[in-house]
Write a protein that binds this ligand. Sequence first.
Ligand code: COA
Length: 172
Amino acid sequence: MQEFTIRACGEEDAEALAKLGGQTFRETFAAVNTEEDMRRYVENNFSARALAAELKNPLSRFFVAESGGAAVAYMKMNFGAAQTERVSENAAEVQRLYVAAACKGRGIGTRLLSLAGSCAKEAGASVLWLGVWENNFAARKFYEKLGFSRVGAHTFVLGGDAQTDLIMQKNL
Ligand SMILES: CC(C)(COP(=O)(O)OP(=O)(O)OC[C@H]1O[C@@H](n2cnc3c(N)ncnc32)[C@H](O)[C@@H]1OP(=O)(O)O)[C@@H](O)C(=O)NCCC(=O)NCCS
């Protein structure tokens, strides 16, 4: 099994993150959404331009895991006002955590999430939270195993569909 390394991203990673973001989003959700909804969502949210703008936000941080020279997983964190929701005082958000299908189950997600915990603590947060689609049972199990529990829910719009995301959090 090939080793992987994790590093923080900069603006120069916009294109690679857009590609990996679109690919992993499709791998995770294509089977349960229409092609039209997927196409529109990926086009709007995973263009190099969209990623470049997100990478410029000083209150967001991206990390990528690489293996054999290829980007295989990434995580986006939000701090302060960049969080997509105000869950509690002193919180930080993991907005996205995606491992390429071929590299799942190798401990990469665990390492990234543990890094999120230390970054959040360093930034003075006492709570780490994330939203996960209610029917994404594999991810829910993964987060539960790593100490997250459900504290609420919010609506997430994908194309013509309104879906429910559970909010899960962990005290740091
Ligand atoms: C969920 C995800 C981030 C986990 O990352 P990963 O690198 O595959 O997970 P790890 O290898 O670190 O696994 C950690 C533990 O969780 C468990 N786990 C991981 N994926 C699982 C799954 N699909 N079903 C059940 N358990 C799972 C593993 O068994 C492992 O336990 P172990 O250490 O006792 O073997 C990753 O599978 C992924 O990107 N999935 C698709 C995208 C997604 O759903 N992202 C979350 C959106 S909110």
